[in-house]
Each structure stands twice: as structure tokens, then as C-alpha cells.
Unconditional design. Structure first.
Ligand code: R5P
Length: 299
């Protein structure tokens, strides 16, 4: 097996190589002044099972192009199989048509992943449970929920004063899986509405009971506004402590400042997306998904 990491997942690739006790093979990645990219795999891949890890957070489009070039390089140079590890699958929120005339953007990305030679893929906490069905290749859908469950257990946050909260109604399925892992912890939800044109959100209603300690769980944090509004909302309804758990730290725009300034006590995310130093903040804790990926690759 040969393991290559794209520029968006160099640290995760290195941790993975360490766990799997194998080298991380070298990639030459050049960006021309006009933004075009050139990829060269610096190892022979003929008849090899190749693993390519590349996340597609910000800059999403450039990271996707790099992934397509890595897949093409592996296929074109004779790899026997090519597993695409895409810890965060960009465009996941555009998985269906919301308004007439729109593109089904996620499907466009998935087609390109398949056309360029991936023979299987590994991903985390897709935005929709239907995402794996959009692929024709085999998909390993991993989750950060077991990591969140173990943090919650370690802190002893399983008691009658604690409730799991979804920042929107769509996240309740995710929440019930986590609740099950924690022996049936109670769940509530904030009702969030988003303006499809401006992206503005309004979180104004709470469904269910709010307890002293709230654990807010989401698949991703992008601008941070959903999180900040939900935290504010549950605090208004009597929560004293709010801990946030989100798999993908997309952290667009001013997210780091918004999250640090929010009323949350702590924000737990994973390393499905690398967070640059300037986007890290005091309340942030980063958990690693490398063991979960290694678990699939070493089978
Ligand atoms: C939405 O359905 C997702 O689960 C997240 O809640 C959302 O994408 C977060 O976006 P933002 O951080 O920009 O509010």
C-alpha cells in the first residue's frame, strides 16, 4: 500500500502514516502564478493499492482540483486500486436541488471523484445520510460521534442535568445516534430557519427541555452563526453551561472570533479539516480522527 497526502491533509496524512507504521509517500505540488496546479507522485504506484487523503475545506475548489489531479496521477500511473480518503466532503450541503434552476453541486464533485479513478472512498459525518447513495463506488461512512461520546463520558457529563441539543431540526437523527451511545441521554432542538438567498439564519424556537448543562452537536461549523445563536438561545432558556461538538471545522469568514466570543464554554471539533493557527482560539479543542481512518485501512 502507498499513502499520499494532498496539501489540505498533510498533518492528518502524517499521523495516519505513523499509526499504520508506513511512510507517507512524497507528492510534488506546484501552484502556478495563474492558480493552476501541477501534481507529481514521487513514487512508483504500478500495481499498488494507493490511498490518497485530501480534505476539501477552504479553499474548497482548489482542494477539489488537487484531489482530482492526485486521483488521476495514481490511476494513470498504474495503481491497482485508489482509495480516496476525503475527511470533509465539500459541497455536502448542496446535495439536492433547493430551487428550480440550481445545479446538484455535490453530485458534480462525486462524478469527478469517480471519473478520475477513485475505486473506494472514506468520509466522515456526511451532511445527509443519503450522501453515500450518490456514489457508485463503495463508501465507508465514518463518524466522529464515538469520539464525542468518549469525551462526554470522560467529563462525566452523563447525568440528569445534561441534555443533547441539535442546533436545527435536521440534526436530530445525528443526535439520536449519540444519545444511544450514551445510554439514552435526553435530546432537544433549536428550530433554525435559513434564508436560501442571503444565507441569513434565524434561531428563535426551542423544542424540548433545556437543562443546566447543554451539549450542542452539529456536523459542521462554517460561519459559526448557527452555533452562536443556538448557544445564546439555550442560555436564554436557562442553560448554565454549553459545550459544542462539531465534526468539521470549516471555519469560514469570522468563525473563530464568533465562537470565542460566544457564550459556549468549549468548542470540540475534529481534524477532518486542518485549522490554521490564526483560526485557532482559546475555547477550541481538536480531537483526531486518524485512528478511525487507520482502522478502516488496516483491515
Ligand atoms: C446545517 O444544516 C449544518 O448542519 C450546520 O448547522 C451549518 O452548516 C453551520 O453553518 P454556519 O456555521 O455558517 O451557521
Amino acid at each position: 500500500m502507498k499513502l499520499f497526502a494532498g496539501s489540505a491533509s498533510l498533518n492528518l496524512g502524517a499521523s495516519l502514516a505513523k499509526i499504520l507504521n508506513m511512510p507517507l509517500s512524497e507528492v510534488e505540488h506546484h501552484v502556478f502564478p495563474d492558480g493552476e496546479q501541477r501534481i507529481q507522485l514521487r513514487e512508483d504506484v504500478v500495481d499498488q493499492d494507493v490511498v490518497i487523503i485530501q480534505s476539501t475545506g477552504i479553499p474548497t475548489d482548489a482542494n477539489y482540483i488537487e484531489l482530482f489531479l492526485l486521483l488521476d496521477a495514481a490511476t494513470r500511473n498504474g495503481a491497482k486500486s485508489v482509495t480516496a480518503v476525503i475527511p470533509y466532503l465539500g459541497y455536502s450541503r448542496q446535495d439536492h436541488i433547493f430551487r428550480t434552476g440550481e445545479a446538484r453541486s455535490l453530485e458534480v464533485m462525486i462524478n469527478a471523484i469517480e471519473v478520475n479513478g477513485a475505486t473506494s472512498m472514506i468520509g466522515f459525518d456526511f451532511h445527509s445520510i443519503k450522501t453515500p447513495e450518490l456514489f457508485t463506488l463503495p463508501v465507508h461512512h465514518l463518524s466522529a460521534l464515538p469520539l464525542f461520546a468518549s469525551v462526554i463520558k470522560q467529563h462525566g457529563w452523563i447525568d440528569n442535568n445534561t441534555v443533547l441539543i441539535s442546533p436545527d431540526m435536521g440534526g436530530l437523527r445525528r443526535l439520536s445516534k449519540l444519545s444511544e451511545m450514551l445510554g439514552g441521554m435526553s435530546m432537544s432542538s433549536v428550530e433554525k430557519n435559513r434564508d436560501l438567498t442571503t444565507g441569513d439564519i434565524d434561531a428563535s424556537l426551542v423544542h424540548g427541555e433545556i437543562k443546566k448543562r447543554c451539549l450542542l452537536v452539529d456536523d459542521m461549523i462554517s460561519s459559526g452563526r448557527t452555533t452562536a445563536q443556538a448557544v445564546e438561545m439555550v442560555k436564554k432558556h436557562g442553560a448554565e453551561e454549553v459545550y459544542v461538538f462539531a465534526t468539521h471545522p470549516v471555519f469560514s469568514e469570522d468563525a473563530a472570533r464568533i465562537l470565542q466570543a460566544s457564550a459556549a464554554e468549549r468548542v470540540f471539533v475534529t481534524d477532518t479539516i486542518a485549522i490554521s493557527e490564526e483560526k485557532q482560539f482559546e475555547k477550541l479543542t481538536i480531537l483526531s480522527v486518524s485512528d478511525a481512518i487507520a482502522g478502516v485501512l488496516s483491515v
